[in-house]
Design a protein around this ligand. Structure first.
Ligand code: SAM
Length: 306
């Protein structure tokens, strides 16, 4: 059950897509003063060391953040993501990479709440320790005292099951990130079941689901099922960095983010950023993106790279 460790994949092309989009979602929420809740159903460790044992062994950051690190021509929205990571690496050398909880912690404001769930005992402890250190640092700086209270909570519990108790949030504003490992094919069904229930309780929330694009049947039909969730506006973006190898050889080649109730600004931002990502992270002629949006049960509007 606990075979998945995100440290092997930290900073890869899929993380770039997921974390760059997440930062955009939260920055949009910051446009209004009213507090919001950020809910991370599958939090991971919070911070990863790219020269640590797991990440260095896999070398996956070379497919993602690595090629972006030294670029001086980043589109603005992508520069915001890279700058957040530069803030964790003041020496200029890329050593630390943020998980989704850290990205959210940096973008959310004092008044906002972060609720994170992680089942793996080691990653739960790492995430808890990382947030304790952030709280101590904030206290030592004499600002953001609310970090020491209930602003950020990491809980060792099943994120699929825990979400419903938080909805609707007190301020009626929330961003939910759902990013399970999908090693167990039941995860696909659990995501759709969880969203059905969540949307019923809180139709106005923004829900972002990361998913791998794989040959397995559950993965192939997954985005189609998400498009048919009741009464939702959605945006679906995927990034493919190369032609898939035979039998999945060569690791993950493609992944997507499905966003329910996306900010109206996101589509235009993705139209700027995705061609750039294909250009810089693409490995062969199979590199491409697809961007589509629509309302549940309507025909999608498509934008695809040539
Ligand atoms: N969201 C993280 C990020 O972007 O940095 C990465 C999360 S990783 C893809 C998935 C995580 O979910 C793993 O750390 C795994 O231990 C955890 N996990 C697996 N099943 C879970 C469940 N039912 N509830 C909460 N966490 C779970």
């Amino acid at each position: 059950m606990f075979s998945y460790r995100h440290a092997f994949h930290a900073g890869n092309h899929a993380d770039v897509l997921k974390h760059f989009v997440l930062i955009q979602l939260l920055q949009y929420m910051n446009r209004k003063d009213t507090a919001y809740t950020y809910i991370d159903t599958h939090a991971g460790a919070g911070v990863y060391q790219l020269d640590g044992e797991y990440a260095a062994k896999s070398g996956e950051s070379a497919t993602g953040i690595g090629p972006l690190w030294e670029r001086d021509d980043l589109p603005q929205a992508l520069a915001e993501y890279v700058n957040l990571i530069k803030g964790m690496n003041p020496s200029g050398k890329l050593r630390f990479y943020p998980g989704s909880p850290y990205c959210a912690e940096q973008v959310a404001r004092e008044q906002d709440r972060l609720r994170m769930y992680e089942m793996h005992p080691a990653d739960f402890k790492l995430c808890t320790d990382n947030f304790r250190k952030l709280a101590e640092h904030a206290a030592a700086q004499g600002h953001r005292p609310s970090v020491r209270g209930q602003r950020a909570l990491v809980t060792r519990a099943d994120g699929f099951q825990s979400l419903k108790a938080l909805l609707p949030p007190p301020s009626r504003r929330a961003v939910v990130l759902c990013d399970p490992p999908y090693e167990d094919k039941q995860d696909y069904r659990k995501v759709t079941d969880m969203l059905q229930e969540a949307i019923k309780r809180f139709p106005g929330g923004t829900y972002a689901v990361w998913y791998p694009i794989l040959q397995r049947i559950e993965a192939r039909n997954f985005a189609e099922r998400l498009k048919h969730l009741p009464g939702t506006e959605w945006l679906n973006v995927s990034l493919t960095i190369r032609t898939p190898g035979p039998d999945g050889f060569g690791g993950l080649h493609s992944s997507g983010m499905f966003i329910i109730n996306p900010p109206y600004t996101l589509e235009a931002t993705l139209k700027q950023v995705m061609p750039y990502l294909v250009d810089v992270l693409g490995v062969d002629e199979g590199a491409a993106f697809v961007l589509e949006s629509g309302l549940a049960a309507t025909t999608p509007r498509m934008t695809a790279s040539p």
